[in-house]
Design a protein around this ligand. Structure first.
Ligand code: FE2
Ligand code: FE2
Length: 243
């Protein structure tokens, strides 16, 4: 208890010295992005350039699981989907794809989440895995009776019975359907649990081996290597830095 209080005091002291500015993308819609952002009165305080004191601090060389534990919303959906894939006897690559397929929703950007997630993991996984994650975004809107995948009832509820996907989703789904890796992506949608069971608790550690075998963790830490998506991981780590 005392320690928690001390941490809180340290945190507010740090906050006192820092001005935190949100990126336009966090506020767009709530405010008009064309209107110049008014800076909070800084009274000579410094602007945040690294760790946000309101967030749990990430280790210097973060791993994928550190992001799951410290930056992602509870990953029940991902864990339960990965476990279902495992139970259904799919290839380990599919299990990994299921574990990662919605990380953009869990910790980054929701819109076009399949594309964002694919880009995040692309440098670290088999091309087939990131490909499958990218195209689950489009394929989930299209049924495939051969594997028992129907259009999700939840989408009718969420978007209305008359909802039509955008032309780019239609295009990408058609492209994916004719691709040699179609079934890998399709299996994400098959094992994607729409209504997860809150009573089932799946631990991240269940997938330590699968991740160890199929996710190439950079030795510098995720976000600090020179991969094309390192900056995206850094932004998840330090989402509020001024520049
Ligand atoms: Fe998804
Ligand atoms: Fe999902």
């Amino acid at each position: 208890m005392e320690r928690a209080e001390a941490a809180e005091t340290a945190q507010s002291a740090e906050l006192d010295r820092l001005v935190i500015m949100k990126s336009v993308i966090y506020t767009s819609g709530e405010r008009d992005p064309r209107v110049p952002m008014s800076r909070p009165p800084d009274q000579g305080k410094r602007y945040l350039m690294r760790d946000d004191p309101r967030l749990p601090r990430m280790p210097a060389k973060p791993t994928l699981f550190d992001y799951f534990r410290l930056r992602f919303a509870p990953a029940n959906h991902l864990l339960q989907s990965a476990r279902l894939a495992q139970k259904n006897g799919t290839d380990e690559k599919v299990v990994l794809a299921c574990l990662l397929h919605d990380i953009a929703i869990s910790g980054f950007i929701r819109g076009d989440h399949g594309y964002w997630a694919a880009q995040l993991v692309e440098p670290y996984v088999d091309e087939e895995v990131s490909w499958a994650i990218r195209y689950h975004q489009a394929l989930r809107f299209f049924p495939d009776e051969s594997v028992g995948y129907a259009y999700p009832q939840m989408y009718v509820k969420l978007f209305g019975a008359d909802y039509k996907v955008d032309p780019y989703i239609e295009r990408d789904a058609a492209y994916a359907r004719d691709h040699k890796w179609y079934m890998t992506s399709r299996l994400i949608t098959v094992n994607d649990l729409y209504a997860f069971d809150p009573s089932v608790q799946v631990e991240l550690e269940e997938f330590t081996d699968v991740v160890g075998r199929h996710f190439r963790q950079p030795k510098e830490g995720l976000g600090f290597d020179q991969s094309p998506s390192a900056h995206m991981w850094r932004t998840i780590n330090w989402p509020t830095r001024y520049l």
